[in-house]
Design a protein around this ligand. Structure first.
Ligand SMILES: Nc1ncnc2c1ncn2[C@@H]1O[C@H](COP(=O)(O)OP(=O)(O)OP(=O)(O)O)[C@@H](O)[C@H]1O
Ligand SMILES: [Mg+2]
Length: 382
């Protein structure tokens, strides 16, 4: 009477002897050796055959000479082998000799000699119909403590379709990334064309007010164009904020600063990166705040400096735009919030951030900060 403990080749086989005087040892189950008792070779061959016959995956029982003792139905079916002629033949003689692979032969010989175990060995099998399969092979010696009676359990997993699916997926992911970059590149180009048309209109109109509105519109479009450019250059879809803000400020400066000796626009940001949707909001906030500095902080050709800052720590970040200009107007009438204020507040709300305005003596510093406390949502207004 035997009790079979395990049927997976990777786990090895273990026989609980109850009535006979024989036991089975397997390399994978040395830890059970203390319990094992000698098992009669015939009984163990029958057991090996029973395991192979009941297997749903391709499996072969070989003797010590590497002759086929039996194989699972799935083995015969998957590898187009005639089940009638197979038993008694060398594994390497099966089919049209496609199993006669030098490396497999030496690995199995080493396993039979007890020198090695085959664990997830990958090989290509060329089937007769010109169909090449990628296989993962495991082999385990069933050692009876008797050198003349040893068996090898060979299990084969056909991973051709899985590998093909994985490759297809990789190709699709790569293709999608290329398409996305191409799309971002095209959007960036289109936005730049729109922005330059707006700027040309701004130069042509006679009214100062219309010119200012058109210049602002140009900068708003350029803010998104700069982001798209940044995205088309990034592989991971993350935007490097320092490079993005610098490009943005260069573009705003080019359209709004006439004398670069009089007004300096600088970016001081750490190495942070952020996702595209967050970056687009940050870029639009920077655009509005910098435009405000240029429009309101330095009247009458006043000299000065504008500094865009960004720093983050974990999930918390602070974006600031500081100028050393005249400061916010004290009288309520001049400080009427315009489109800029509502854009900044709406975007800050979207980012769960808080806007604060402080006097900088001289000038103004406007900060937009996202903190864990802001996440809780007790104070989102300015
Ligand atoms: N950096 C600054 N220095 C001095 N005053 C400022 C500054 N930023 C904003 N202001 C004042 O705050 C007001 C509101 O700004 P806001 O951006 O909302 O409107 P706007 O710039 O006047 O118009 P719009 O943004 O619609 O073009 C401005 O009119 C200006 O008086
Ligand atoms: Mg404004």
């Amino acid at each position: 009477m035997f009790g079979i403990w395990s049927g997976l080749p990777g786990d090895g086989f273990y026989l609980c002897e109850q009535a006979t005087g024989y036991g089975l040892r397997s390399a994978g189950l040395r830890r059970f050796e203390r319990l094992a008792m000698p098992v009669h070779p015939d009984a163990l061959q029958s057991l090996g055959l029973a395991i192979v016959a009941s297997s749903n995956s391709p499996m072969v029982l070989l003797n010590g000479d590497l002759r086929v003792m039996g194989a699972s139905k799935t083995f015969y079916r998957a590898f187009q082998i005639d089940p009638v002629g197979a038993p008694g033949r060398l594994l390497f003689q099966l089919g049209a000799g496609e199993w006669d692979i030098r490396q497999l032969r030496s690995l199995l010989q080493a396993t039979a000699a007890g020198d090695a175990e085959i664990d997830a060995y990958e090989m290509d099998l060329a089937l007769t119909k010109g169909d090449a399969r990628r296989l993962v092979v495991n082999a385990q010696k069933l050692d009876f403590g008797d050198a003349t009676h040893s068996y090898i359990l060979l299990s084969v997993v056909d991973v051709t379709d899985a590998r093909l699916a994985a490759k297809l997926k990789d190709d699709l992911v790569r293709e999608k990334a290329i398409l996305l970059q191409e799309l971002q590149h095209r959007v960036a180009n289109s936005l730049q064309i729109i922005a330059s048309v707006i700027l040309q209109s701004a130069r042509r109109v006679n009214s100062d007010e219309s010119r200012h509105h058109l210049t602002d519109a140009h900068n708003r479009v350029m803010s998104v164009a700069a982001l798209q450019q940044q995205l088309s250059a990034s592989r991971l879809g993350e935007v490097e904020l320092r490079a993005y803000f610098s490009k943005l400020c260069d573009s705003i400066g080019a359209s709004m600063i006439r004398d670069h000796e009089q007004l300096v626009l600088e970016v001081k940001a750490d190495d942070s990166t952020s996702e595209a949707d967050v970056s687009v909001s940050l870029g639009l906030i920077v655009t509005e705040l910098v435009i405000n500095c240029l429009k309101h902080a330095f009247p009458g050709g006043r000299q000065g400096k504008i500094e865009v800052g960004y720093e983050s720590e974990g999930p918390n970040w602070t974006l600031s735009v500081a100028d050393n200009g005249v400061g916010m107007p004290k009288d309520a009438a001049s400080a009427t919030p315009g489109l800029g204020t509502s854009i900044v507040e709406a975007l800050a709300n979207q980012l769960d951030a808080r806007v604060s305005v402080a006097e900088a003596h001289p000038g103004t510093i406007i900060s937009v900060a996202h903190t864990e406390a802001a996440d809780i949502g007790t104070d989102t207004g300015r």
